[in-house]
Design a protein around this ligand. Structure first.
Ligand code: GTP
Length: 342
């Protein structure tokens, strides 16, 4: 079974983390994010994955290579960003598509029953079947009402105000190859704005999916996904966490520091005595001095945080930045890669 995974977006909402690491391979709980997706696909019989890349494509290939635990990985590179629909056509034009395939946004952490989605797709004879997940606040998602027979009635992209249903597009589709033929060659196109609206009541079905679903595209949701993985809310084969649900990577030294609850310290980090790392994420190679306080923040690789500094909730610090002794990075602040906070 084949899957095409969209991994070419710029990930602007996750900047500065995505300045030099594309969102699909950002470390999440210490491993490239797509690793979790590939494991999930593998559990549902997927053994052939096309990774659709553009922005920082080499970094995706460097992180994942051509095989993930027995799943063959191939890269489809676009010269210009082709949006969420153009990459399907490009893979078609390159002769790579099977007759039926999954297509996924490369930023959803999920454990839906893809096998049941495939069965439903076959039963209805659909051209495309979209997984629909229930959310409390629909305003930042595409709302998808369905008819009693499961056909999609409308595709209502990101609108404020009351919605006709709380079921939204989960970014996880099962498609017949002929859907690609409806997309123009060599141009950007959108699954959400162009392809799916044209298929409403005409071969497009919804699949009401149950289970865990999180789009990791913002710092808040990236942190939530981290805590959910650490707490076992979504199954994974992460290493054993400590009593506080935290992970400390290989080669890191944290003696005398309080790590957790629910913190991630990457590989080769040093965290000084008297420092608290609470619900925070440190990528690899981070150095933190003594008596610092890091809370609910994300610190990219090779950052240096000097003695007595504070990093408050929701702050995101870009790779290689320095936070000087005694300085505070305020709640929700963004520190650019290489910047020095005095
Ligand atoms: P934001 O800039 O923060 O909105 O993130 P994004 O660029 O990733 O956009 P969005 O979250 O809407 O993208 C959904 C999925 O499509 C992600 O997995 C992206 O990697 C992917 N994607 C977005 N645009 C493109 C594109 O032009 N080409 C390819 N190949 N993938 C894309």
């Amino acid at each position: 079974m084949q899957a095409l995974v969209l991994a070419g977006g710029e990930g602007t909402r996750l900047r500065p983390l995505t300045a030099d690491v594309p969102k699909p391979v950002l470390p999440l709980a210490g491993r490239p994010f797509l690793g979790f997706m590939l494991d999930w696909l593998g559990r549902h019989g997927v053994d052939d994955v096309l990774l659709s890349c553009g922005f920082l494509s080499d970094a995706v290939e460097e992180a994942l290579g051509d095989d993930w635990r027995g799943i063959r990985l191939r890269y489809v590179r676009e010269r210009e960003p082709l949006g969420t629909g153009g990459p399907l056509r490009l893979a078609y034009d390159e002769g790579l598509l099977d007759e039926r395939l999954y297509m996924l946004n490369g930023d959803v952490l999920c454990d839906f029953d893809l096998t049941a989605q495939r069965e439903r797709h076959a039963e209805t004879g659909a051209l495309a079947t979209i997984a629909l997940t229930a959310v409390e606040d629909t305003s930042s998602y595409g709302v998808v009402p369905t008819a009693p027979d499961g056909q999609v009635e409308a595709f209502l992209e990101k609108r404020p105000g009351p919605a006709p249903t709380n079921r939204v597009n989960a970014g996880c589709y099962l498609l017949e190859r002929e859907v690609a033929e409806r997309i123009p060659s060599g141009a950007a196109a959108s699954m959400e704005h162009d392809v799916f609206p044209s298929l409403c009541m005409n071969g497009l079905y919804g699949f009401h999916a149950e289970g865990y679903w999180m789009d990791i595209g913002t710092p808040e949701r990236y942190l939530e996904a981290t805590w959910d993985l650490l707490g076992g809310r979504i199954a994974s084969d992460l290493p054993e966490r400590d009593g506080g649900g935290s992970l400390v990577g290989e080669g890191s030294v944290v003696e005398g520091a309080r790590i957790g609850p629910k913190a991630v310290v990457g590989e080769r980090c040093v965290v000084g005595a008297g420092t608290v790392v609470d619900h925070a994420v440190l990528h690899d190679g981070v150095t933190v001095g003594e008596r610092c306080a890091l809370e609910r923040c994300i610190v990219a690789r090779d950052v240096r945080i000097e003695d007595g500094a504070r990093v408050e909730a929701g702050a995101v610090i870009g790779a290689g930045a320095v936070v000087a002794a005694g300085a505070t990075v305020g709640a929700g602040a963004r520190v650019e890669p290489g910047e020095r906070v005095g």
